[in-house]
Design a protein around this ligand. Structure first.
Ligand SMILES: *Cc1c(COP(=O)(O)O)cnc(C)c1O
Length: 418
């Protein structure tokens, strides 16, 4: 990036610092990851110079001979990898992609039934501050107070009562598997479309580490930058009979020209995800989360739902006498980056909730395994036990840095200029 450095040293320096920060800390935010060098390179190509409103063979601009081939190739890879009849790879990100699905299948004022944000759902599943909860009527399901898991009988009952036009299954903070078959059955019974939002777990689905929603859902949306380990973007997969409505909602319904560099980088990530290496990666993500969860529970941490069967862990810190924000800030100072998070039925407010959320996708991309997960649990325990003790944070910070040196970041030079 020599030209970048020369032309804009101020911005370049900030990017370099972020690079070192990503290299020297343990990134435990479950929606984050490290993309490969190949994906990084693809995001920075001359495809960014192109305008290509429309779809391959049906563009509103000339000069698409290569762009059409790029997009067609990526669409074919997406269909093959997930076993889908149709794929749209143009959505700018997950939120606009969900909006496109609603725009394709609903009328204004129709009812969206999604998981409530404080129970782990996403803003775009009908939460009241989101456009999806303003332009559409929204009903929300949550988890059971005792089991902290989705109660499918309760979901069915709510669906029968509220008669939604679309049901959404997917989450940002739910540590258990989704029963997509059950959702599909309920949706069919009440005459609703079923949207599976697998943004967090797409990489696990590809790896066979989480059941696929494909046979059960009418539409599947996923971001491409979480466990799938691609650039920031999203895809919508659907049956052939819904393809035209989905495509029209993305363009011209909501978006203009697609981001072609991103499309190419998605293609590179999809090719990587089709390998045996990636399948191993996805399974190791889940295995690492399970081991981290067990080590944390052995140290007295209270895990929502009593553990995990995916890539993420939600800790209720109430029994440790620390609030989530304070713990997350202390952990950041110690080189362990996570986020504070509400827990189901949280008595505290969303901007200062009772929990923290952790995930293993990024550390697993560095090649970390069971031994490192147990170390991480030990460090989290030490920092959370004395969140005001800077000496503890400094000691852990040094140990984290030394472990990070042994696990180079994909896409970054090893470097010793910390
Ligand atoms: C991340 C996420 C989104 C939104 O993705 P953005 O790219 O941040 O807009 C939507 N749904 C779920 C379940 C997510 O986890």
């Amino acid at each position: 990036m020599q030209e970048f450095e020369r032309a804009d040293p101020e911005l370049y320096e900030l990017v370099r610092r972020e690079e070192r920060y990503q290299r020297d800390s343990l990134r435990l935010i479950p929606s984050e990851n490290y993309v490969s060098k190949a994906v990084l390179e693809a995001t920075g190509t001359v495809l960014t110079n192109k305008y290509s409103e429309g779809y391959p063979g049906r563009r509103y601009y000339e000069g698409q001979r290569y762009i059409d081939r790029v997009e067609t190739l990526v669409v074919e890879r997406a269909k093959a990898l997930f076993g889908a009849e149709h794929a749209n790879v143009q959505p700018y990100s997950g939120s606009p992609a969900n909006l496109a699905v609603y725009m394709a299948l609903l009328k204004p004022g129709d009812t969206i039934m999604g998981m409530a944000l404080p129970h782990g759902g996403h803003l775009t599943h009908g939460w009241n501050v989101s456009a999806t909860g303003i332009f559409w009527r929204s009903v929300q399901y949550g988890v059971d107070r005792e089991t902290q898991r989705i109660d499918y009988d309760a979901v069915a009952e709510l669906a029968r009562r509220e008669r939604p036009q679309i049901m959404v299954a997917g989450a940002t903070a739910y540590p258990r598997q989704f029963d997509f078959a059950a959702f599909g059955q309920i949706a069919r019974e009440v005459g609703a479309y079923f949207l599976a939002d697998i943004s967090h777990i797409a990489g696990l689905v590809v790896a066979g580490a989480h059941p696929s929603p494909l046979p059960h859902a009418d539409v599947v949306m996923t971001t491409t930058h979480k466990t799938l380990r691609g650039p920031r973007g999203a895809m919508i997969l659907c049956r052939k009979d819904l393809a035209e409505r989905i495509d029209r909602a993305v363009f011209p319904g909501l978006q203009g020209g697609p981001h072609n560099s991103t499309t190419a980088a998605i293609g590179v990530a999809l090719a990587e995800a089709a390998t045996e290496d990636f399948r191993r990666y996805g399974r190791q993500v889940v295995e690492n989360a399970r081991i981290l969860a067990e080590a944390l529970m052995a140290r007295g941490f209270d895990l929502v739902s009593g553990g995990t069967d995916n890539h993420l862990i939600l800790i209720d810190l109430t029994n440790r006498g620390v609030i989530g924000k304070k713990a997350a800030k202390a952990l950041d100072r110690a080189g362990l980056i996570c986020n504070y998070n509400t827990v189901p039925y949280d008595p505290r407010k969303p901007f200062s909730p009772s929990g923290i959320r952790l995930g293993t996708p990024a550390v697993t991309s560095r090649g970390m395994g069971p031994q490192e997960m147990r170390r991480i649990a030990e460090w989290i325990d030490a920092v959370v036990a004395q969140p005001d003790d800077e000496a503890v944070q400094e000691r852990v910070r040094a140990e984290v840095r030394s472990m990070c040196r042994r696990f180079p970041v994909p896409g970054l030079p090893a470097g010793d200029d910390a």
